[in-house]
Structures are given as C-alpha cells and as structure tokens.
Design a protein around this ligand. Structure first.
Ligand code: FAD
Length: 318
C-alpha cells in the first residue's frame, strides 16, 4: 500500500515508521531482523531501507603498492525490502540513488521493485563519494533527485527508457523525496532549496521525508515555507536520537544542522555514552510529542541499525 494511502487511512492519527541500513556485506540478515523484531509491536506501516554509495577500497598488494577497487559495502537494498515485506507483512521502501547508477541500472532496479509488489520508492541524489568534494553522477546517470523522480513518473506512465516500450503494465509507485528544514548543505538559500523541492513535487513526488533536526521550530517554519511555495504533499519529520558524544561535532559537520544549546549542555554533562544515549532518547521523546500534537502524519526515526533507543522512544508515544 502507498505511503499516502497509509496516511489517509490513519485519518489524522500519527503513524510510526523507521529507516534501517543494510548490513555490511558478509554479515547475516539476521542482524537486521534482531533490530526490527522489537519495533514491530508499534505497527509501522512501512520501513525504509537505505542504499549506500559505492566507495573506493585499497587492497595491499604486498609489494608496497595499493590496488584501488570500487565496491558497494552495503549492497542488497531491494532484496532486503523483499525479505522484510515477506517476513513481517509490512510495506518496505527502497531508497534509489542517482549516484553510482546509470539510468538503465535504475530502470532495472525499478522493474525488480514492480515485480516484487513494492509500492513505494524514495528518490534521492546521494552524496559525493567518500573522499570527493562534489557529487558527480556516473556517465548516463541522473544528475538530481528531480531527474530520478521524472524517470519514476515516466515508468508510472508505462514509458521505459529510450522509448523502446510503451506498456499498459504500468508501475504505480508512490514516490518520496528528501526535504531539508535547515536547507541542503549545497543550496545557496532556503528559498532556492524549496524551489528545488517544488520541482521534485511537480515532477511527481507524492511525499517528503525531512533530514533530521533537533529544534522543532525549524520543522514548523519549513512546513509553513513549503506551503507558501505551493508544496502541498505530506512532509514527514525525520527524527534521530543523539547516541554518542561525538554526534555534537559530527552531525553539524556532515549535515550542516544546528543543535540547540540545551541539548548540547545535557550531552556535555554526561559521564559516558550510555548517559548520552538516554539524553538522546529523552530529547527525541519531547520532540516527538510536540510534533504529534502539531499533527504530523508520521514520525519517522533514523535507527542507524540499532533499535533499543527507538523502542524506548516509541513506547512513550505509540
Ligand atoms: P537533490 O534534491 O537532487 O538536491 C541536491 C542539491 O542540489 C540541493 O542543494 C538542491 O538545492 C540542488 N539542486 C536540485 N536540483 C537542482 C538543479 N536543477 N540545479 C542546481 N541545483 C539543484 N543518501 C544516500 O546515499 N542513501 C540513502 O539511502 C539516503 N537516504 C536519505 C533519506 C532522507 C530522508 C534524507 C533527507 C537524505 C537521505 N540521503 C541518503 C542523503 C541524500 O542523498 C543527500 O542529502 C544528498 O546530498 C541530496 O539528496 P537529494 O535527494 O536531496 O538531492
């Protein structure tokens, strides 16, 4: 079932969902199940599965030389979506990236999703490769998430690449895209970023999931500005509980987001990361309660592969 239909069916009640990361290759899918199991009691209507970009690895050749190879360390997004959908009878949402994929490869991924009965896909550009400063699409790949949304919308009309086929067996994907309450790090201004978001919606995006934020006011303002920009699809807030002290430096550095003073002070006062994890849970509960009272359609949690803190939060809300 589509995310937008889940929201309609909930009739104003806030839903619970979360995002997981595929295991590093070589590891068992059981690890994922162990983290999903404790969260199923909160009845998520859908679970997102991220896609990781390819990266360079260096193999020591033993003669003082390093061999550079390119590899994807966490493959298997669509397979994991199929496995979880089958095991838990829940909708799963694969994240589909521009970065690292040609349009043809993207089409094959989408065909797989269609055959597997996956109704929702998340269209994302992806970041620059590790060690590179700017995002570069592969030759023949999509440049921006908007181009990817257009490719998905074309398939929804039965239009495959190169016009080789016009099919009546159309896909019917519900398409999600990313939004940034504190603007995307590369965008010159929030208004320009919102213009880009509007382009994604005009190209066929059905809903938005936000980047993490720690100050709800940023989300409220973003929703208001999005409305003023003519964006009328659901905007689902993404929540990440802080889990380690290092997040105070890492999150602002990687995502260009602010952390409120009160949260910084509470984290800095912690003796160890166990205490930080508890502070992160308490902050996320406070954020979530306020967002639920505001009437958000879904509270979507970034689990980063660990469920104990998400369970502690969800048990206070759902
Ligand atoms: P876009 O919408 O393409 O925007 C990227 C930048 O380009 C923005 O600054 C935008 O303003 C600008 N822009 C857009 N169109 C144009 C244009 N025509 N001309 C000039 N500038 C333009 N990353 C992963 O690798 N895997 C994941 O699974 C993943 N999941 C995510 C889930 C969520 C909910 C979020 C919020 C992010 C996720 N990301 C993931 C990170 C995401 O890939 C990065 O934030 C990336 O840098 C931007 O992706 P986007 O889809 O927002 O890009």
């Amino acid at each position: 079932m589509k995310v937008t239909d889940h929201i309609k069916k909930a009739n104003g009640k806030t839903l619970f969902s979360f995002e997981i990361i595929p295991p590093k290759k070589g590891n068992s899918i059981q690890e994922l199940y162990n983290n999903i199991d404790p969260l199923m009691e909160f009845k998520p209507p859908f679970i997102d599965v991220t896609t990781s970009r390819e990266e360079y690895v260096y193999i020591n050749k033993g003669d003082g030389l390093l061999d550079r190879k390119i590899t994807r360390m966490r493959p298997g997004t669509v397979g994991i979506c199929a496995a979880i959908k089958h095991k838990y009878n829940v909708d799963t949402i694969p994240h589909v990236l521009c970065g690292g994929f040609t349009k043809e490869e993207t089409e094959y991924v989408l065909v797989d999703c269609h055959y597997l009965g996956i109704d929702n896909v998340m269209a994302l550009r992806g970041d620059a490769m590790k060690g590179e400063q700017y995002f570069e699409p592969v030759a023949g790949g999509n440049n921006y998430a908007c181009d990817l949304v257009k490719q998905m919308s074309d398939l929804n009309r039965g239009k495959y690449l190169h016009d080789v086929i016009e099919s009546d067996n159309k896909t019917d994907f519900c398409i999600g895209v990313a939004g940034y309450p504190e603007k995307h790090l590369e965008a010159p201004s929030i208004n320009t970023d919102l213009k880009r978001l509007k382009e994604k919606v005009d190209a066929g995006a059905d809903y938005v999931v936000t980047q993490m934020f720690f100050d709800n006011q940023k989300y409220f303002e973003f929703v208001e500005l999005a409305k003023q920009a003519g964006i009328n699809v659901p905007i689902i807030p993404g929540i990440k509980p802080i889990a380690v002290k290092r997040h105070l430096q890492l999150l602002p550095q990687v995502f260009k987001i602010d952390i409120p003073e009160d949260l910084i002070n509470a984290v800095e006062a912690c003796k160890d990361n166990k205490a930080v994890r508890q502070v992160g849970v308490e902050w996320a509960i406070k954020q979530s309660k306020e967002l639920r009272d505001f009437g958000v359609p879904v509270l979507h949690y970034y689990s980063m592969g660990k469920s104990d803190n998400i369970k502690a939060i969800a048990s206070q809300l759902f």
